[in-house]
Every structure is written in C-alpha cells, then in structure tokens.
Design a protein around this ligand. Structure first.
Ligand code: TK8
Length: 343
C-alpha cells in the first residue's frame, strides 16, 4: 500500500474516532438529543479567509442550533488534500470540506467549466452567475456523488508565480515547469501554452517549489502571500487566467441525518459565511500584492494582447471539454455571464 494510501486510511480512522467520541448525549433534555458534530476540513492555513469564513459558519451554526450542532475545524490540509477530503465526505467520515471546483471536476465533469480560462470578467459577475439559477443547476448535480453543495465561496483569480524569469507573454512560459491543480483541463491548457505542467495536490506544492521540482505555480494573491510562496518564488504576473470558486460541500448522509430545522441552519449559515468570506478575500487581495512586493517579489503586468493570444491558443482545446461537459451547459454558462454584464 502506497504512502498516500496509508495516510488516507489513517485519516479516515482518525475521523471515525473523533466522530464516535464527539457524539454525547445532551443531558437534562426531556428527549435525549444526541449532539451532532460537524468535522470540517480545509486546505488553507488559519490565516486565510477560507478558515475565517469557516469560523463564522461555526459561530452561526452553534448559536442557531442552541448547541445541538457543534463544528470542529481542521485547516492546512491536516485531513488530506481536496480530493481525499471529498472522498471522506462521500464515505460520511468527514462532514464538510470547501475545495476548489477544479478537483471536484474529477467527480462531476460539469465543474470543469470553471477552469475555462478567462471565463469570468470580474468577481461581481462571478457572484451573480454562481448565486443564481446557473450555479444552483450545478449544485443539483452533487447529490448523485453523495455530496450536498450549500454555497459558493471564493478562492479567486489565479496569478502565475515562478522562480526562473519574469513572465509578460506566452513566449516567456516556454518550458517552465508549472504545478497545476489536479485538473486535466488545467494541465492541457498550460501544455498548449508551451509550459511543462505537473499536476500536484496543494499540500505538496511548497516543498516542490523549495526543492526546484517545479519552477512555478498559479494561485490567487491571498494564497501566494498567506502560504508564504514569496519565500520560494521570485516573479509574479497578473495573468488572472482563471477565477476559481470554492464550493461549500456537506456529506449527503450527514445532511440527511439532520432534521429540517438543522438543515435550514447549516444551509443559511454556509451562504451567510460565504458572503463574509468573499468580502474578506477581496480585501486581503487588495492588501497582499504590495506585501508580496515588500517581500521581494518582482511583479509583471501581462499585456492585453498577450492575454488575447493565450485565450486564442487555448480555445481549440476547449472544444473537447465542451463535448464532455455538454454544449447546452457551456452555452448556458456563457449566456448567464453575458446577461450578468448587461445593464
Ligand atoms: C486548497 C486548494 C487550492 C487550489 C490549489 O485546498 O490546489 O492550487 O487553488 O486552493 O483548493
């Protein structure tokens, strides 16, 4: 059994143990109610808005359920990477995780749409499309995978960093060893742009950059700063090539074990905490680019013509994914984006 496999088994055993020891009878109530514990695992550390949003979720849920529900938060990938935590939800040994949509696309291919480069023009349009009918249509695909999607949160617009050279155009990408999320589309897109991409779980990324296994990576500015990537990356470019939503996932078996009132509490709390998290993430993004420069990173602007060239180069590649996702779904997403931009 491989190291990763052993780790996942250990994490699952750990989660089962926690769940068993956390279930305790609420004493003194007329009807013995078992307190339900929500184990929530995320990939980022406890400085990121993803963690602070989850703290807000915890606060709302424990207050509104009057203690019938309690939330335990595990950050920094302590319970595994995005894919393994999604699998733990499907098994029912973990109750909440908030992954990027890219790894989720390995379970439901329609979520690949969010890896289409330059799909969203800005956060406001992304909010409107995700929080309205189009976003709900995608959430409705989750129960078939034993998952419930309660809300969209924000990872953000992804920018490229590397340790080798400034990148201001597609030509500068040539041969660059870039880590991508475990998404077939991300991988083929960077290959098409001339880079030398490697898919990798987020938890392995810092060491890979430190050891030179990869030259660069791409993530939102708040991640680059809060995960200390400036310690091992010299150059950052404002590629803004993809907007990645987070998706607040709950294990379907757990969600169905909740009574109606509790289901309403967790659903409303996920949405309310998501609005708070988005706001926080945007404020962080404004502040952190300067901090990256203060920590020695060299910032390069990508010209609009370079962005157009990248988009044109990748376009033919998307045809195969549009077939996989479904042409209707893809055109509906683009129409929703267009409608969200019209006055
Ligand atoms: C964190 C990941 C991360 C993603 C990545 O759990 O893997 O680069 O951007 O945010 O979801």
């Amino acid at each position: 059994m491989g190291v990763m496999r052993k780790k996942s088994v250990l994490v699952i055993l750990f989660l089962v143990l926690i769940t068993l020891t956390s279930c305790k009878q609420a004493s003194g109530s007329a009807v013995e109610e078992t307190e339900k514990t929500i184990l929530a695992g995320i990939g980022y550390n406890n400085q990121h808005s993803q963690y602070k949003g989850l703290e807000r979720f915890k606060e709302i849920v424990e207050k509104k359920s009057k203690g019938a529900l309690n939330v335990k938060i595990f950050h920094s990938g302590q319970l595994g990477d995005d894919r393994s935590m999604i699998e733990s939800l499907q098994l029912g040994v973990l109750q909440v995780t908030i992954p990027s949509t890219a790894p989720l696309a390995n379970f439901i291919s329609e979520f690949l749409i969010f890896d289409y480069p330059f799909l969203f023009p800005n956060e406001e349009v992304a909010d409107e499309v995700l929080d309205e009918e189009m976003g709900k249509r995608l959430l409705d695909l989750l129960p078939q995978q034993n998952l419930i999607g309660l809300a969209y949160w924000e990872n953000g617009f992804r920018d490229l960093t590397n340790s080798t050279r400034p990148v201001s155009s597609m030509q500068d990408l040539k041969g660059l060893k870039v880590r991508t999320m475990e998404s077939e589309l991300h991988l083929s897109a960077f290959r098409k742009l001339g880079a030398n991409p490697t898919p990798m779980a987020f938890g392995e990324l810092f060491t890979a950059m430190q050891q030179g296994t990869v030259d660069g990576q791409e993530n939102p500015i708040s991640t680059i700063y809060l995960e200390g990537f400036y310690e091992v990356q010299k150059y950052i470019s404002n590629t803004h090539h993809v907007y990645t939503p987070f998706i607040f996932l709950m294990s379907k078996p757990f969600y169905e074990s909740l009574n109606e009132k509790e289901q309403k509490v967790v659903s409303e709390a996920a949405r309310e905490a998501g609005k708070y998290q988005r706001k926080l993430n945007r404020k962080d993004t404004e502040n952190y680019l300067q901090k990256l420069k203060d920590n020695g990173m060299e910032y390069t602007e990508i010209t609009e013509s370079s962005r157009k060239e990248m988009k044109k180069t990748i376009e033919p590649l998307l045809e195969q994914y549009t077939k996989e996702i479904g042409t209707d779904m893809v055109s509906d997403v683009y129409n929703a984006i267009e409608n969200a931009q019209s006055p």
